[in-house]
Design a protein. Structure first.
Length: 342
């Protein structure tokens, strides 16, 4: 007898709702809307090579219609889904300078705000390499029934109530957490549903993969270069040399390391003194996910989830992945700090 009951993402979200004391279904409904928008974005990502959607905003396609860049398209899809959901009062998006406050009566009453990178890994869009969406959900701190304000978005990452990503890769996956572990769902295109494929994901304590853009080595601090050398060193006892893997899409690099074990690093450097990645919609959601999977995320000194944001598009250095590997790079960084402060 075959016992292969497929659990869809929507069923899973509804079942998990009861893990929350006093659950009202609002977060469930918000997650449903994000899943639906992700399916629409996935549809466009999949046919990106077929239709003339890759031009810059303002171009015309063969039909004489205005062509939107795929990342703007994704931004608009998520925005319109969240605006009509009635569960979200505002959004901070990589594609918008300020936060967007929803004015509708239902939305003003809503208790959640969302931070989102609608299409991360933009340099890979035109060349058919994996890209992703990253999202993060907070309960607002402002009073309900008025417009949301900046403080609703500038909350520490540890206050997130849910976070996740969609990976548009060789298959499309959604991975998310509400603070009760991490689960992954793969889109079955024949039925248009995300199905539970990776239950209760745990990251290996150590791995064999390090992911960093090594072309910046001349701009890294001494300790980062020392750690990269350590990763390349021959040492059978600790399984080194590690393998270097770097896609240039954080979602894809993170996902591989989450499953196989590894470390992803985007450190501070001369070109980017605070790193490149954005705290609110890149670092925090990934940090929440990795901790829920048993991993670690730091800026080299402090836990990412304990950083107090001061601006919407603030950047942070990040070291994220298998806990033993994140601790190790932290040792190099702290050693350098000790030497320079003494
Ligand atoms: P984006 O949001 O403009 O796409 O930039 C973020 C991306 C990450 O996905 C990726 O890890 C990083 O930028 C790659 O940057 P670099 O090319 O400097 O290595
Ligand atoms: Mg991004």
């Amino acid at each position: 007898m075959i016992n292969n009951k497929v659990i869809t993402l929507n069923e899973f979200i509804v079942n998990k709702q009861w893990e929350f004391p006093f659950a009202t279904g609002e977060l469930t409904s918000l997650l449903h809307d994000i899943v639906f928008a992700a399916k629409l974005v996935n549809r466009e990502v999949n046919k990106a090579g077929l239709v003339d959607i890759l031009g810059t905003t303002g171009d015309s396609n063969v039909h004489g219609e205005e062509v939107k860049k795929l990342d703007m398209f994704a931004h608009e899809i998520f925005l319109s889904s969240l605006r009509t959901s009635g569960e979200c009062c505002g959004v901070a998006s990589e594609e918008s300078t300020g936060f967007i406050s929803f004015k509708g009566a239902e939305s003003r009453k809503a208790k959640y705000v969302v931070c989102i990178d609608p299409l991360d890994g933009s340099s890979n869009i035109d060349v058919n390499v994996s890209i992703g969406t990253i999202f993060s959900i907070y309960e607002r701190i402002s009073t309900e029934d008025v417009s949301c304000n900046i403080d609703d978005f500038l909350q520490m990452g540890r206050k997130q109530v849910a976070a996740g990503y969609v990976l548009y890769g060789s298959s499309t996956m959604m991975v998310y957490t509400t603070g009760y572990g991490v689960n992954g769902f793969t889109l079955d295109p024949s039925i248009g549903e995300f199905c539970l494929s990776h239950r209760d994901i745990k990251i290996p304590a150590k791995g064999k993969i390090y992911s960093i853009n090594e072309s910046y080595r001349a701009r890294f601090s001494k300790s980062i270069n020392q750690y990269v050398d350590y990763c390349k060193e021959e040492d059978k006892a600790s399984n080194r040399p590690y393998s270097s893997r770097y896609i240039g899409s954080m979602v894809a690099d993170f996902h591989r390391n989450l499953i196989k074990g590894g470390i992803f690093m985007y450190p501070a450097m001369t070109k980017y003194p605070n790193g490149k990645l954005r705290l609110l919609y890149e670092c925090n959601p990934m940090a929440f996910l990795v901790e829920q999977a048993g991993g670690m995320a730091t800026n080299g000194y402090e836990r990412i989830l304990d950083l107090q944001p001061t601006a919407l598009h603030q950047r942070s250095p990040i070291f994220i992945g298998s806990p033993d590997m994140v601790k190790k790079v932290g040792e190099f960084i702290n050693q350098e700090r000790l030497v320079t402060t003494n």
